[in-house]
Design a protein around this ligand. Structure first.
Ligand SMILES: NC(=O)c1ccc[n+]([C@@H]2O[C@H](COP(=O)([O-])OP(=O)(O)OC[C@H]3O[C@@H](n4cnc5c(N)ncnc54)[C@H](OP(=O)(O)O)[C@@H]3O)[C@@H](O)[C@H]2O)c1
Length: 217
């Protein structure tokens, strides 16, 4: 098994709880918080994510990784003070029919570049955004299994990217380096990577094609 980590999860919805359960199976310690006090999510956590600890968001500080799984249209309500100095996974996607038109995400940059600027002193890594919440626990396979699915990982901080890649591997997925945070565009909503299920080899080929197209624009 990989090194057990303390994983902080902000957002106890569909994605947050599915990732939490899979992280527990992988042997990690999981703390889970929302915008509400811990008391208000304790019962939900005990029932839906047995083994995880419901905490107030401040108690996510000190986690090895913090995973943000909050609807993107609510990103400005996130208490960014708790994230400072941490490695943070951005799972969030922009989908105008649900989030409403948000000008900052209509300018052509990766949504994670906008989020990185808003979060401040955070080592932001984009991944886990392009797998449905219902697949996270059922589509994982051991390393080397030909059915193993790949997840793209983009970040400007190489060390953070490596740590998150090891975490993704522990969840049962091949982490494929997609490049810097700006390359997150290649696996956002509407892309072929976002819409499909790919092995590592297929993912690398798709990323190569996307990056060539982006370089020509
Ligand atoms: N659904 C999918 O299959 C899928 C897959 C990959 C990625 N994503 C992305 O993951 C993100 C979350 O999606 P979801 O489907 O899990 O959403 P969801 O089920 O609506 O859950 C959202 C969670 O965020 C919490 N939250 C809202 N505002 C918050 C704040 N300011 N601080 C802390 N927690 C807050 C909510 O709790 P309270 O309101 O009680 O605070 C709730 O627990 C979205 O951006 C989505 O695009 C979704």
């Amino acid at each position: 098994m990989s090194t057990p980590l303390t994983i902080g999860i902000l957002g106890a919805g569909r994605v947050g709880t599915a990732v939490a359960r899979q992280a527990l199976r992988a042997g990690h310690t999981v703390k889970i918080a929302t915008g509400r006090p811990a008391d208000e999510i304790r019962l939900l956590t005990e029932v839906i994510v047995p083994g995880a600890t419901a905490v107030g968001r401040e108690e996510l500080r000190g986690s090895d990784l913090i995973i943000v799984a909050v609807p993107l249209h609510k990103y400005r309500s996130i208490d960014t003070s708790i994230l400072q100095g941490h490695i943070v996974i951005d799972t969030m996607n922009y989908w105008a029919p649900v989030d409403g038109i948000m000008d900052e995400f209509e300018q052509g940059a990766s949504t994670s570049e906008v989020i990185a600027e808003f979060f401040g002193d955070v080592r932001l890594v984009k991944t886990l955004n392009h797998i449905g919440y219902g697949d996270i626990e059922v589509d994982s396979y051991p390393a080397g299994d030909p059915k193993r699915r790949a997840l793209a990982v983009a970040a400007d901080d190489e060390q953070a990217k490596q740590m998150v890649s090891a975490f993704i591997d522990s969840l049962g997925y091949d982490a494929v380096d997609a490049g810097p945070l700006s390359a997150g565009k290649t696996f956002e909503n509407g892309t072929e990577i976002f819409n499909g299920r790919h092995t590592a080899e297929q993912m690398r080929a798709l990323l190569d094609t996307c990056q060539k197209v982006l370089a020509e624009v």
